[in-house]
Design a protein around this ligand. Structure first.
Ligand SMILES: *Cc1c(COP(=O)(O)O)cnc(C)c1O
Length: 403
C-alpha cells in the first residue's frame, strides 16, 4: 500500500502527462544495437517523427543511432540532441527551400527524394551554395502492407515516391546532374507491420529491382528499406520489445546485398512506442441509459491515434507502489466493469475504447493508456485551448514522490 505522504505527492502531480520508461528504452536500444550491430554494413536511423522529446532524442543519439527527419525542425532537433549530421537522412514529399538549404548546410547523409520536381530544386539550391547533395531516390515498390489504409505508403497509387517505370530515367538524370551525388534507393511501405511477410515482399522486390538496374549498368552504393516494424498494442507487457531479431533476419536472409553495399533502416514506432504511457485521471464515471462512461482528463489532444486511425491502446489502472509505477488490467476472475473510455474534447470521435473491461473506477482514479510513446506527444494539440501536457520519466517521477 502507499503511505499517506506519497499518496499526497501523487495527488499533486498534474494529469494528464506522458510517462516514459527510459530503462525500457535503453533495453530496446541495446537489442537493436546487438541485432543490427552483427552486420557491419547495417545502419539504423531513428525516425524522429515518432517521438521528438529532447530527453528521448538524447538517449537514442547516445546509443549511436542515426536520425530520419521529415522536416527542417526535425533536422534542428536531431543536431541539437547529438545526432551526427552525416547520419541524418531527410525524407518528405514537400521539402521547402529553407529546409533543403538547412539540410545542405548541415551536411546530412542523404536526401530521400520523392519526385523529379524536387530533384531539380535540390540541384539548383546545391549549385547556388556550391555544395553537393547526396541523393537517395524513393521508389514506390508497389507492395501492399497489411496495415491500416491511412498508414500504408508503398502502393502504386500514392503520393509517396517515384514510380518504378520512371526509375531508370530519374537515376540517369541524378547521375548526370552537377552537385548531385547518387547514393542509392529508398523504400518505405507503411507502418505498424507485424507480419514479416511484408518485409520479405519488399526484400524480394528490391532483389528484382537490383537485377534490373545492374542489367542497365547501374550500381547502388546503398539501399534504405525504411521502417514500419509494429508493436503489440494489445499486450505491451508481454511484448515490451519488438522482435528485432526476426526483423533484421528477414532482410539478412532474403535481401541480396552486393559487396560493400550499405543497408539503412528507419525505425520509429518500434523504438519508442512501448516505453511510453499516457497517464490520466478519471473525471467522472457517468451512468448512461445502457452504458457506463469513464470520462478522462486526457483526450484526442494528447493521443490522437484512436480518433485518427481507429487505433486501440491497452488501458489499465495506474498507481505507484513501492516507488514503482504499476499498471493493472481487469482480471477475468475478478469483478470488472465495462466502460466506454472517453476524453473531454468536444468531438464525438474523442473515444479511447468502447465496452472496455476495467476494474471498477471512481472519480480521481488514475489510468494509463499504454504504448503511447510513439505518435503520442508529437501529435498533441492545443485544440479547445488546452495546454500541452508534461512528460516525466519513471525515474523523475520516483524522485518527485520521494521528496
Ligand atoms: C514514418 C516514417 C518512418 C518510421 O515509421 P515507423 O512505422 O514509425 O517505423 C520511416 N521512414 C519514413 C520515410 C517515414 O515516413
Amino acid at each position: 500500500m502507499l503511505d499517506a505522504h506519497r499518496d499526497a505527492r501523487l495527488q499533486d502531480i498534474q494529469t494528464p502527462f506522458y510517462l516514459y520508461d527510459t530503462d525500457l528504452l535503453q533495453q530496446t536500444l541495446d537489442v537493436i544495437r546487438a541485432e543490427a550491430g552483427s552486420h557491419p554494413c547495417y545502419h539504423v536511423h531513428y525516425a524522429i517523427k515518432a517521438n521528438s522529446n529532447p530527453v528521448i532524442l538524447r538517449q537514442i543519439a547516445a546509443a549511436g543511432l542515426g536520425a530520419d527527419c521529415v522536416s527542417g525542425g526535425e533536422i534542428h532537433a536531431a543536431v541539437e540532441s547529438g545526432f551526427k549530421p552525416d547520419s541524418i537522412v531527410f525524407a518528405g514529399v514537400g521539402k521547402a527551400d529553407w529546409e533543403i538549404r538547412l539540410a545542405l548546410q548541415t551536411g546530412i547523409g542523404a536526401f530521400n527524394v520523392e519526385s523529379t520536381e524536387e530533384l531539380d530544386v535540390i540541384a539548383q539550391l546545391a549549385a547556388e551554395q556550391q555544395l553537393t547533395a547526396r541523393i537517395s531516390l524513393r521508389i514506390n515498390p508497389d507492395v501492399a502492407a497489411h496495415t491500416h489504409a491511412h498508414i500504408t505508403t508503398g502502393r502504386a497509387e500514392n503520393k509517396f515516391g517515384i514510380d518504378r517505370n520512371h526509375m531508370v530515367e530519374v537515376i540517369r538524370k541524378t547521375l548526370a546532374t552537377p552537385h548531385l551525388d547518387f547514393v542509392g534507393l529508398h523504400f518505405h511501405i507503411g507502418s505498424q507491420m507485424l507480419d514479416m511477410s511484408d518485409f520479405l515482399a519488399l526484400a524480394l522486390r528490391i532483389n528484382e529491382i537490383q537485377d534490373q538496374l545492374e542489367a542497365e549498368g547501374i550500381r547502388l552504393p546503398s539501399i534504405n528499406v525504411g521502417g514500419g516494424l509494429g508493436v503489440d498494442y494489445d499486450h505491451p507487457d508481454r511484448h515490451p520489445i519488438p522482435d528485432f531479431a526476426a526483423y533484421f533476419a528477414t532482410y539478412s536472409d532474403n535481401l541480396r546485398l552486393r559487396p560493400g553495399q550499405h543497408l539503412h533502416f528507419e525505425l520509429g514506432r518500434s523504438v519508442v512506442a512501448q516505453m511510453g504511457s499516457l497517464i490520466s485521471r478519471v473525471l467522472y464515471v457517468k451512468h448512461g441509459t445502457v452504458k457506463r462512461f469513464a470520462i478522462l482528463d486526457a483526450g484526442m489532444t494528447e493521443l490522437i491515434r484512436p480518433a485518427l486511425y481507429g487505433a486501440l491502446h491497452a488501458i489499465q489502472t495506474f498507481d505507484i507502489d513501492g516507488g514503482r509505477p504499476c499498471f493493472a488490467s481487469a482480471r477475468r476472475d475478478q469483478d470488472y466493469v465495462t466502460y466506454d473510455v472517453v476524453g473531454p474534447i468536444c468531438e464525438s470521435s474523442d473515444v479511447f475504447a468502447r465496452d472496455y473491461p476495467l476494474p471498477p473506477l471512481q472519480r480521481g482514479d488514475m489510468v494509463a493508456i499504454r504504448s503511447a510513446g510513439a505518435y503520442g506527444e508529437v501529435m498533441a494539440s492545443c485544440y479547445n485551448c488546452r495546454q500541452l501536457p508534461a512528460a516525466h520519466t519513471v525515474n523523475d517521477l520516483q524522485e518527485r514522490l520521494k521528496r
